[in-house]
Design a binder for this molecule. Structure first.
Ligand SMILES: Cc1ncc(COP(=O)(O)OP(=O)(O)O)c(N)n1
Ligand SMILES: Cc1nc(C(=O)O)sc1CCOP(=O)(O)O
Ligand SMILES: [Mg+2]
Length: 204
């Protein structure tokens, strides 16, 4: 499920429904609706978009995850929720999400140590490289962040994030990540089918 985790909001691309459908057809394995930034959809518009994107994901058998907004995740019966260190605490909402996928962001070992991972299905570790898709991203940890996190916890599923492309993905997987997540390398791709295929080829 974590192999190729596409994350997108309406701000990341011109036509999110078209881009998501192309990415699903090409074989992404997980999708996160991350609707934030200037001009982002809110309220009913955000909910209607979430319903449409979830329907697309369901058609292709790919789990639909909501970023940050657990109320939206409940409203649209998403398959899971991704929360960061500054978001609502998993312990406070977990009762509302039995049997759902729970992701947590971990950028360094201090954050890992202070996180309760009891209900966490995967950790999003990054940024690995510089990213222009998140204005408040922390300092990139490079490939070493993944390598050390893998040694720190040998069991937890790790999805790497931040500045990942087809060119650096292989090193990240070799460093111990179970999968990679990306916004711009798919949302801004001029050939989604080929780029997705190139990513998935690393797992063969
Ligand atoms: C898979 C994955 N990993 C990390 C993040 C970042 O979450 P967060 O730190 O809460 O930042 P925002 O995405 O909410 O800006 C993520 N969304 N997904
Ligand atoms: C959403 C997000 N979270 C990050 C983290 O480090 O937690 S980096 C990031 C943006 C990833 O976008 P791109 O693939 O375009 O670099
Ligand atoms: Mg968040």
């Amino acid at each position: 499920m974590l192999q190729l985790y596409f994350i997108c909001g309406t701000n990341n691309t011109r036509d999110i429904e078209k881009v998501l459908e192309e990415a699903l057809k090409a074989g992404i394995t997980l999708f996160q609706f991350r609707e934030k930034g200037q001009g982002a959809l809110t309220g009913e518009d955000k909910k209607q978009m979430a319903f449409k994107l979830k329907a697309l994901c369901t058609e292709y058998g790919v789990p639909f995850i909501v970023n940050d907004d657990w109320q939206l995740a409940l409203d649209v019966d998403a398959d899971g929720i991704h929360l960061g260190q500054d978001d609502d605490k998993i312990a406070d909402i977990i009762e509302k999400f039995p049997d759902k996928i729970i992701g947590l962001s971990v950028s360094n070992f201090e954050e890992y140590d202070q996180s309760d991972l009891t209900h966490v299905d995967y950790i999003g570790v990054g940024p690995v490289y510089e990213t222009s898709s998140k204005s408040d991203a922390k300092r990139p940890g490079g490939i070493e962040l993944i390598r050390k996190m893998r040694l720190y916890d040998e069991q937890i599923p790790i999805v790497a994030i931040g500045g990942i492309t087809n060119r650096n993905c292989e090193m990240i997987l070799k460093a111990g990540a179970d999968g990679i997540s990306t916004i711009s390398s798919i949302a801004a791709s001029s050939n989604i089918e080929q780029d997705v295929k190139n990513y998935l080829d690393y797992y063969k």
